[in-house]
Design a protein around this ligand. Sequence first.
Ligand code: CTP
Length: 404
Amino acid sequence: MQNKNILLGVSGGIAAYKACSLTSKLTQAGANVRVMMTENASEFVSPLTFQALSRNPVYIDTFDEKNPQKIAHIDVADWADIAIIAPATANSIGKLANGIADDMLSTTLLATEADVYIAPAMNVHMYAHPAVIKNMKQLEQWNYYFIEPGSGFLACGYVGKGRLEEPESIIDTVVNHQNSKKIQGPMNGKKVLVSAGPTREQIDPVRFFTNRSSGKMGFAIAEAAAELGAEVTLVTGPVNLETKNTSIKRVDVITSEEMYQAMHDHFDDKDVVIKAAAVADYRPKHTFIEKLKKQSGNWNVEMERTQDILQSLGEIKNKQFLVGFAAETTQPLEYGLKKLQKKNLDAIVINNVSSEGAGFEGDTNIATYVNESLNPEEIPLTTKKEMALKLLELILRDLRDDKL
Ligand code: CTP
């Protein structure tokens, strides 16, 4: 952050108070910070607070031109290396996604060529509204970078997703993302979405169905893609793994339904999507609120089908190179090829999970990679890390062939 010119856009939500701490932390980190507020934001926090914390004048009104030599909004737009909108309200996101420039912040955001980071904060239902989701997806496609809000108690009284990410975390995300852009590698400029781990399907508060997936293969792919210069989003089920490369955007989910939602939320702007997760095919038809007491005799749990996430992505894919995994214990090639075709994939990685050294939990794997040409390519026993690199090499080759 040292000597970086940061434009901090503050729009009108109660989380504007957290932008004060963000301003202070950015300044302490050596950044030059200029704060631009919407009129509504100034109802929550006084501009003087930001002026004192940033030691720079605060901008609100497009027509408040203090220096006749300059046009303030263009000057700030050109000056900024990085723009952060925190908090970003549904309104400010909506305006940016639709090219509306009716105040100083929205006008400056259209004029800037800086990297723009958007940290939303709003009511849980607003955050889930289709209009807001559509606007966020549009902005993601235009390479705006979102810093997802956390879940918890919201000022409006609801508990859920919509709480502005903490200032330290916003700064970490921006720094990591800026650093990842500096990595020169064959996956530079590629946006990769990976899913990993198992899902958990709850029976009651203490019991659930799951499977043996450890998430190691998916995590290895995410880490390797980031090392090769890709911008990586990792959607993971419950696992005991850390994301070592901090540039990876990690989304934690528990159930197959949550994974479905997260994969669809992050799908549109991706170039490569790799579905290494072991998703439950069935879930209990009823989830009991209270712990079930044991009874005499047997217990039958009625199960219903979950959605096939990969297949649903295969149905809507446009530019994405879609890669699935197949975990098989018998006739791997035959079953794997069926999945490739049925789910409309560009490639499939087939694991015979009953072979020694392959499949769940371990640190090694053996796989067969098959693309549209249906020509199987064997990847012999190797570490999951090496396997990840090999798979990405094959995917990059096929991506290039696609464009020829
Ligand atoms: N998959 C998915 N959603 C599901 C089930 C599977 O997205 N509900 C994906 C997995 O992430 C994997 C691929 O589909 O990439 C194949 O998963 P696998 O468990 O091998 O096969 P299934 O399609 O579930 O078929 P079956 O259980 O009949 O072998």
